[in-house]
Ligand binder design. Structure first.
Ligand code: GLV
Ligand code: MN
Ligand code: MN
Length: 419
């Protein structure tokens, strides 16, 4: 018997979902509690096996594309209609925790399993995606799978990606068993009717305000840049200060310029970070002849992000001129912010209220695969609180109750969208 979404009563198997989160956390390149699962590492490959097993246990049908995105589908009564999508990632940066991304994959499986147990009969198909490489660890570029699905990266640029050992995406995906053409990853237009990603907040607001559900209205736009500086090396005792061309010091000035530009933007949403800074030769008694920096610059608005970037570039050129250092300043990615779909946001909000769960509309300051899904489908995200806002560290934690509430809101939202 089909049921209207409003009359639907579902029960999330919170203990089962926690057990799966724990089991997946043990599949890691580093000992527990650290979770590290870098794209196409042995741990990522075992993680993928675990995801397939969990999808099958939820009664879903699996397909995989040429870059390793895993799709797990429950066919609706009108399977040719655009589907309702959900999902997230299970790759994890070095020294990460167990919830980032994972809650959005295993939580979505549980949401669909709970809908099945409740006898719900979707008209549209429901589909969960485990996106390949949301994290930028391997290739320096985040959201690789969703970027390709949305057609937001050229095939040439994707094929030019190399990891730190010089291995290409094509080489690594072939070794992992993914051999189709990268062109085929792009979704046909109108593939998704709507898309809703469940994720931990990765910030402190929900916990501080004691609100169990966040609903994402905007995702800040990320950009990143690679800066290579060439100076002149030499003996730290013999090369006197007036004649130095120290590449590290030019880099230090650039790092400070990133901080200054972000702070001066006038918007609290502008954030700039130099998270990678390497020097050569890296010896105490040698003047650095080379420096390499990666800059991460984000903003909810493009105009203030562009202004900050111009200031950073001007300061970098000045620092290099002053120090007689040459510079290559290359863009890695410049992605616009995304807006959540108003109607989908409203449905998630209504569903939360009906379940007696207070919700808050939010900006996502981290990026997510939803940044790219929003380009091809009406999209929103459901956030749950995490302890102290911690993420990308082993202490990352969300209570079983919050995880279950997130899965419950996701299940009801997907059910409403599937009618
Ligand atoms: C995603 O992990 C991000 O860096 O926002
Ligand atoms: Mn992450
Ligand atoms: Mn994530």
């Amino acid at each position: 018997m089909s049921q209207s979404a409003d009359a639907l009563r579902i029960t999330i198997d919170s203990a089962g979902l926690e057990r799966r989160i724990d089991e997946l956390a043990l599949i890691s390149e580093a000992p527990a509690p650290v979770v590290t699962r870098v794209l196409f590492s042995e741990a990522d490959m075992r993680g993928r096996d675990y995801v397939r097993k969990a999808a099958r246990e939820a009664g879903l049908t699996i397909r995989e594309d040429a870059v390793g995105n895993i799709f797990a589908r429950w066919a609706g009564s009108e399977p040719d209609l655009p589907a309702v999508g959900s999902g997230s990632h299970t790759d994890a940066i070095p020294n990460a925790g167990r919830y980032d991304g994972v809650v959005g994959v295993l939580g979505a499986f549980e949401a669909l399993a709970a809908l099945k147990r409740a006898g719900f009969k979707p008209r549209r198909s429901l589909e969960v995606v485990m996106f390949t490489a949301e994290e930028p660890t391997r290739f320096g570029l985040g959201c690789l799978g969703s970027r390709l699905m949305a057609g937001s990266i050229s095939i040439k640029k994707a094929q030019a990606l190399r990891d730190k050992d010089g291995r290409s995406l094509d080489e690594l995906r072939a070794a992992a068993g993914y051999t189709g053409s990268l062109e085929s990853v792009k979704l046909p237009s109108g593939y998704y009717h709507s898309f809703v990603e469940l994720h931990i907040e990765q910030g402190p607001i929900l916990e501080k305000e004691n609100i169990p559900i966040g609903i994402v209205e905007h995702i800040a736009g990320p950009s990143s840049y690679r800066v290579t500086l060439h100076g002149e090396g030499g003996h730290a005792g013999a090369v006197l200060m007036p004649i130095r061309h120290d590449a590290m010091l030019a880099g230090a000035e650039i790092a400070l310029a990133v901080e200054a530009a972000a702070k001066a933007s006038g918007s609290p949403d502008t954030v700039g970070t130099v998270g990678v800074f390497k020097i050569e030769p890296g010896a105490v008694n040698s003047v650095p002849f080379k420096a390499y920096l990666e800059i991460d610059l984000r903003d909810a608005r493009l105009d203030s992000r562009s202004k900050a970037l111009s200031e950073i570039k001007a300061a970098a050129e000045q620092a290099c001129k002053k120090r007689g250092v040459t510079m290559e300043f290359e863009e890695i990615n410049e992605d616009p912010p995304a807006a959540g779909d108003k109607a989908t946001v409203a449905i998630a909000e209504e569903v939360s209220a009906k379940l007696g769960l207070k919700s808050l509309r939010m900006v996502s300051r981290a990026y997510h695969d939803s940044l790219f899904m929003a380009r091809v489908s009406p999209t929103t995200m459901i956030f749950i609180p995490c302890r102290n806002g911690w993420s990308h560290r082993p202490e990352e934690y969300s209570t079983p109750g919050h995880v279950a509430s997130g899965a419950e809101v996701l299940a009801h939202t997907m059910a409403r969208l599937a009618l």
